[in-house]
Write a protein that binds this ligand. Structure first.
Ligand code: PBG
Length: 324
């Protein structure tokens, strides 16, 4: 057989494959999400996320030091608010001595180099488990944006590097950027969850923070999984409004969206490999149906290949260990 081209030549050995690999993962690609609890020396396993824990701040700081020593450059913080502080205004979200604000200060103090990002949305503080203020069963947009601005300012005050609004209200990026400018926070960035879909894959996360919506669902603010062009509209609007980084979420079921957004914007694109995506791999591994290490690296490589410059993933630490 005569062939003018033999494509298998570039696959013939591990060395050749690595020479021509188009996508390579680095520790600096990952953002490690961390769940923080009140108290001391507390580490609570999250049942639907095997191997993942909600830790008190002292243990979180230890973890951040370890992540940083492994080459991970950024963390994404979430806190579990106590039931007593939850209401329908979300005011605990901008308490200067709230768990989030204390965590930002303590972590930046202990590990100044780590890039600290914080989730901005009202759900952990809402008696209804919704990302915004509720009135007659509706999630109010403009009132919620005012609350998110206060929340973002309090994170900026505490020293956060990037706020990450995950609420999908209209106009919040513009409002937060304007408030940062007006208050002298000219070095605080915004990573916008721009194309965040109303996804069932957030289920385990809501177990972790006890933040599942008390009524209805999030479909009046998070996006319809059926839509692609709408993701571009959201991402382009957020860039226009002042987002430094945009995000697509979830990741694996939305690789097409990651690519579309990557091609459309001139800012870095991140993707969130969410809790349910983590849980699916862990569950199949527990059943003995998937090779865990291979599943992790293949998933993360696919997300990066799709166009993600940054990946938020509960596998950050495991992935870095595998890359070594
Ligand atoms: C809060 C928020 C959610 C996630 C990140 N920020 C849950 C939700 O919107 O219901 C999901 C993360 C994950 O599933 O890993 N607004």
């Amino acid at each position: 057989m005569y062939l003018q081209k033999r494509n298998r030549i570039l696959r013939k050995s591990a060395a050749v494959r690595s020479l021509v690999a188009e996508t390579t993962l680095n520790p600096g690609d990952f953002m490690a999400p961390l769940f923080i609890d009140e108290g001391e020396n507390i580490s609570t396993p999250i049942l639907s996320m095997p191997g993942y824990y909600r830790n008190s701040l002292d243990l979180t700081i230890k973890e951040v030091k370890e992540l940083s020593s492994m080459g991970i450059r950024s963390i994404l913080l979430f806190v579990k608010a106590k039931d007593e502080v939850k209401d329908n205004t979300g005011k605990e979200a901008w308490n200067p001595d709230g768990l989030m604000q204390r965590s930002i200060r303590a972590i930046k103090d202990a590990v100044p180099d780590i890039v600290v990002m914080t989730d901005v949305a009202l759900d952990p503080y809402s008696i209804y488990g919704h990302d915004g203020i509720v009135e007659n069963g509706e999630i109010l947009n403009d009132e919620t944006v005012e609350a998110l601005v206060k929340m973002s300012l309090s994170h900026a005050e505490a020293g956060v590097d990037f706020v990450a609004p995950s609420d999908m209200m209209d106009g919040r990026i513009y409002a937060i950027r304007k408030a940062f400018e007006e208050n002298g926070f000219t070095r605080t960035g915004i990573l916008s969850y721009s194309a965040k879909y109303a996804s069932c894959f957030y289920g385990p996360f809501r177990d972790a923070l006890d933040s599942a919506p008390g009524f209805g669902d999030k479909k009046t603010y998070q996006m319809d999984p059926a839509n692609r062009k709408e993701a571009l509209k959201e991402a382009l609007a957020d860039v226009e409004e002042g987002a430094d980084i945009v995000m697509v979420k979830p990741a694996m079921a939305y690789l097409d969206i990651i690519r579309e957004v990557k091609n459309a914007v001139n800012v870095p694109v991140s993707a969130y490999h969410v809790s349910g995506e983590y849980a699916m791999i862990k569950a199949a591994v527990q059943m003995g149906w998937l090779d865990e290490n291979k599943a992790i690296l293949e998933s993360l490589t696919s997300i990066k290949r799709a166009g993600a410059d940054l990946i938020a993933t509960y596998f950050a630490k495991q992935a870095v260990e595998l890359l070594d």
